[in-house]
Design a binder for this molecule. Sequence first.
Ligand code: HEM
Length: 407
Amino acid sequence: MQDLLAKFSSQLLTNPYPAYHVIRKLDPVHWSDSWQSWFVSRYQDVASLMKDNRLSVSQVGKFSQRLEGEQGLDEARAQLKEIERWLASFLLFTDPPAHTRLRGLISKAFTPRSVELLAPVVQERIDRLLEPLQTGQVVDLMEHLAVPLPVMTIADFLGSRPQDFRELAGWSHDLASFLGNEYLSPQSVARSLASLEGMAEYFRGLMEERRQRPEDDLMSRLLQAQHEGSTLQESEILSMCILLFGAGHDTTTNLIANGLLALLQHPSEAARLVRQPELVDKAVEEILRYDSPSLIAVRSVLQEVEVGGKTLLPGDSVNLCLGAANRDPSQFPEPDRFQVERRDGHHIPFGKGIHFCVGSFLARLEARTVFSTFLRKWPNSRLAAPPERIPTLAFRRLKHLQVELLA
Ligand code: HEM
């Protein structure tokens, strides 16, 4: 079998859905030499492998293979070890039993109710971001709304000072490029370690403040969280804050931007939402399915697994393609149609099983509030330029979203 990921490499970066359909049809559990990984694209296979404890999320040792360069390699290797030490304690890269304990603790601190309490703050942030924009103007909604809102919200939720969100976002961006880059130079390794340490230092300061004087924020709740007689150690709280900050904003930016784009590209569906604003929660779910913000979940095989007639061996890397699963025609009739009132087909944009997204409530709250507010204010808006995507395999990310704001 030809390497389908190599064949469709350029489409997969910016417009992956037609390629996903072909790959799913030709070879739904596909070994790619160029990715050195399995690529799983059928809904049933992705959903069941996400719950399979024969697969691991651990990333330890994965990054040193990506190091390239001629000078400073010894120092970079030592720095990589330090970064991997941090990553090994991130909830997202931890298998049971360590995961079970950490997840129990974060679930006590990060509850749906604590997110609902943030609703007025999110609304106020959106109103403030939109306030300077005038009807009739052409604006980039990435710059004015989709990028700043999630980063400000996660900063609010964690309890950091509002004016610090830019610095945190810069550090977090360095970490995201580290995780997403196929090749790492000694310079990028050094920058990523400095950013991790910058974030750790920042959250250490915040932790001290909240230890002295608790407030109604996540940092204070993490300090108090108890689960089956266990509490979080200081280093675990720092890792959790760094992960939550990183995981909590880029993906939500994608949800907001993909959603605004889908509504602008489907005016009759947007009009339905204007007439029936109570459909907004359904619209958010359809947007999450139709253009999933996060396309891929990575695993490695611990024990042999048979799936789709293929044998996955211990040590193999596996890419579970959420984006392809959410467009699988055997699960979602007419999967390429955007329908606000689609019947629930159990889409999986937030994953499934023990690693199911901790922040799904927060992301949904932000998205719901953005779409309602935007359509109330400017229901007849139009795309002012073709949308520009950032080429990436793992996320659905827009670069710009130029829109003419029309009431
Ligand atoms: C639309 C926005 C979001 C999407 C599409 C998304 C997607 C995901 C997915 C697919 C996973 C599972 C990954 C895997 O199994 O390998 C995940 C896990 C996670 N997400 Fe999200 N996420 C979003 C927003 C957020 C937010 C706002 C936060 C935090 C404030 C967050 C925090 C996390 C954490 C901590 C995990 C790891 C959970 C665990 O390992 O037990 N996410 N997310």
